[in-house]
Write a new protein. Structure first.
Length: 181
């Protein structure tokens, strides 16, 4: 009988802790990151003709990293991929740093490029990665922009170039502004 009562008490405690855990509201910065990502995704879709596919990040206690991903149904050279990547990162940082609600939750303010990951996947209409001398994927992680192509013999992406973010930023800033599409 005591064994049954102990079992019931342990079971009730476990259920109670599960119910209590689910009652805790999520931290407000999750809502802010979601707002920023969705609004930024719409802006980039309009301005840069990229398709927003999602976002996330590292937020164990505060906003340590924020990531966002896009698709582009077109080919791109390293120069074109660099321009899209840098312009996207700069706009993303502006969106994060100008959001009033998230400011106190940022690990660093102003939020630096090394904490904002933007990825762009260049695809064909059939959703396969671009080939034929086109960049297939570009991303910035920890202040390094990496450019990948699809290796048709291995069937996977291979990094062909990497550069510091600050170097890429200077290159893009020294280019003439892109023409409106």
């Amino acid at each position: 009988m005591l064994t049954n009562i102990r079992f019931l008490l342990i079971f009730a405690a476990m259920i109670g802790s599960k119910i209590h855990a689910s009652e805790d509201p999520p931290p407000p910065y999750l809502k802010y990151v979601d707002e920023i990502s969705k609004e930024f995704g719409k802006e980039v879709e309009r301005e840069l003709k990229l398709i927003y596919i999602g976002g996330g990040g590292g937020m164990p206690k505060d906003v340590e990293e924020v990531s966002i991903s896009f698709l582009a149904y077109r080919t791109a050279s390293i120069e074109e991929a660099r321009s899209l990547e840098v312009r996207s990162i700069e706009k993303f940082l502006n969106s994060i740093n100008s959001h009033k609600g998230i400011k106190t939750f940022l690990r660093e303010y102003p939020f630096p490029a090394k904490r904002a990951e933007v990825s762009i996947s260049f695809r064909k209409k059939n959703d396969e990665h671009q080939t034929n001398h086109s960049i297939s994927y570009v991303t910035q992680i920890n202040n390094k922009i990496s450019y990948f192509v699809k290796d048709p013999t291995k069937g996977r992406l291979v990094r062909i170039h990497e550069e510091p973010y600050e170097e890429a930023l200077k290159i893009v800033q020294n280019q003439s502004p892109p023409e409106k599409q």
